[in-house]
Design a protein around this ligand. Sequence first.
Ligand code: HAM
Length: 421
Amino acid sequence: MTKKFQSIKGFYDVLPERQKFWRFFEGKILALLDQYYYEEIGLPIVEETALFEKSVGSHTDIVEKEMYSWEDKLNENRLTLRPEGTAGCVRALIQNNLAYNGPIKLFYRGPMFRHENVQKGRQRQFNQFGVEAFGLPSFYVDAEQIIFLNRLWAELGLKNITLELNSIGDSEDRVIYKKKLVDYFKKNQNLLDADALKRIETNPLRILDSKNPKMQDLLSKAPKIIDYLSKDAKDHFDGLCALLSENNISYKINNRLVRGLDYYNRTVFEWITKDLGSQGAVAGGGRYDLLVENLGGSKTFACGFGIGIERIILLLEGNPSLINANPDIYIINLGDKAKVFAFSVSEALRESGLKVALNMDESSFKSQMKKADKSNAELAIIIGDDEVEKQVVQVKFIRSTGSQETILNSDLIKFMNNHFI
Ligand code: HAM
């Protein structure tokens, strides 16, 4: 028997039903990105493996376990399917000298790849919108990005997404803090699981993020980074918190929020929902003021975030009434002359900005009516050869009263525009 191929585990087709939600999301976020003056950059999906080792960090789950990497023997290079977008964006910023004329705000979209355990909301190929602001040191940028996301949730009609916030200080603060934390973990070594024991030397901050129920008590009593911030880092965080409060943004300070990527400093944040089970983070980000320099550029302040598109789509699918992908009008037509006329009416209505579905088969009136109903259009226009003769159409209010009106052809566009605007 011929083999029927299946997509690879963790890699999915986006079927038309889902694509509708995707387009709704993209429409909303693109309009907002314009409002906040972010410019789009297109980035390659493949980068050198070393780029991620140096930015995301060699001792992170992403680099240690999750990257799709291979040896490009022709060019003697190690390559990787990007697991995230910030590293490539910074590489492009440096390579193309994009910060030469001062601050620049960029966004990108597309697939990312992580070889993770697959579950609801967690895929091996997933899509992000990434948003990055370069060259701006003040906490106003951090606040603007957080408020951007708050506005996005409102635009999408999504509720139940809450903000968690922390500061992980500057690198000098973290040197002191890490020592305290390692001392604390070493004193309590018998309470650590194998993963945590491994991380004591390599990445002790990540232990704070552990979900192991047996370690929660120990972790809740661990020293808090917020108590080890320098004055500048503390002022930055306090300024951000005050600005968010002034703008009516609620947040919870989560002292154990450290993020899974090593490039961050100062502000880190995540927007979380309880509606997706354990994969609740729909967006995450923060400051990374050292990354551009660490990758060979000149000192450039930076702050950004990534949104997980599939997780947003799952939330939208739970609430399908939020999106309106229906036509405004469904045109029913019967007879040869009617068909020709209906075609030109549909074009004229589209020209005036309306969404129009035109019946194009030979089916009966009853069957066309059923299709009009199924399309969820608000109005149906009915055209028979009789109507063509009299220079009129019938307009039926199929979503509301069910009543029908005869409208002169010459008045149709005006009638529709009055109705829909
Ligand atoms: P991240 O937190 O690793 O950050 O990913 C951002 C978002 O991508 C997550 O909040 C989640 O919604 C989504 N996501 C991550 N992994 C998966 C997965 N396996 N399946 C489905 N969705 C997933 C970053 O990637 C940073 N580059 C964000 C950033 C930009 N920080 C500064 N600038």
